[in-house]
Design a protein around this ligand. Structure first.
Ligand SMILES: [Zn+2]
Length: 223
């Protein structure tokens, strides 16, 4: 029962998080692990780890890895994309340059401009990056994945941020039940929900995910 609570990772020890990073890294044959690689194979959400250790790099270092300059750059890019996704979801639409200066964004627009060349380029790169996820998160992509011997599921329970974004974008950043959206009603929190519960065999795939507002999502789980 405890496994079904939304923040069931809250009581996980630092050690358990670090050990999972080590375990996933061991399977990749690399001496480093990106957020993306971890999200695909890890037991916990990368968000949980970043929140716990402050940054992804710090967590990786705790696990005994030392990042090269190239790897640091890759992680910086992922963090910028992840933040952009968060702001986009909070607004329910594409953020404008000036909105990146407000408190809903961890990084200002100039940071994006410096890194990607311009704010417009940052948006374009972001869309390309997010779309790469599409091939693996559809039912067809999942069928082509190998089935592990220890699990009935072909996907992890965690919905990574790129997939969350794809679902919300498909649903127009609107709740599938009541139709509310942060773009209509600022402050609305949207969640991505498994239509068929993961614990009942539902997969973490586009077709089995839907956008719900916080209120409808809580209503659904009380049924
Ligand atoms: Zn709703």
């Amino acid at each position: 029962m405890k496994f079904e609570l939304e923040d069931f990772h809250r009581n996980i020890s630092d050690e358990a998080l670090i050990n999972d990073i080590k375990q996933v890294a061991a399977g990749t044959k690399h001496n480093f692990l990106t957020i993306r690689q971890y999200s695909k194979h890890g037991k916990f959400s990368a968000d949980t780890i970043i929140r716990r250790f402050g940054t992804w790099i710090r967590a990786i270092e705790k696990a005994g890895f030392k990042a090269t300059r190239q790897q640091l750059k890759g992680v910086a890019e992922e963090e910028l994309f992840e933040n952009l996704e968060e702001v986009w979801v909070k607004l329910g639409r594409q953020p404008r340059w000036r909105e990146m200066r407000s408190s809903i964004s961890k990084y200002g627009p100039n940071r994006y401009g410096r890194y990607f060349g311009s704010w417009q380029k940052a948006l374009e790169k972001f869309v390309v990056y997010v779309n790469k996820e599409g091939t693996i998160s559809s039912e067809a992509g999942i069928k082509s994945l190998k089935i592990g011997p220890t699990t009935k599921h072909r996907t992890s329970r965690t919905i990574n941020w790129r997939l969350r974004f794809l679902v919300m974008r498909r649903d127009d950043f609107k709740c599938k039940i009541c139709g509310t959206s942060p773009a209509i009603k600022p402050g609305t929190t949207l969640h991505v929900d498994h239509i068929k519960a993961w614990t009942k065999g539902g997969e973490t795939a586009l077709e089995n995910l839907q956008t719900l507002c916080k209120r409808c999502n809580i209503g659904k789980s009380n049924l």
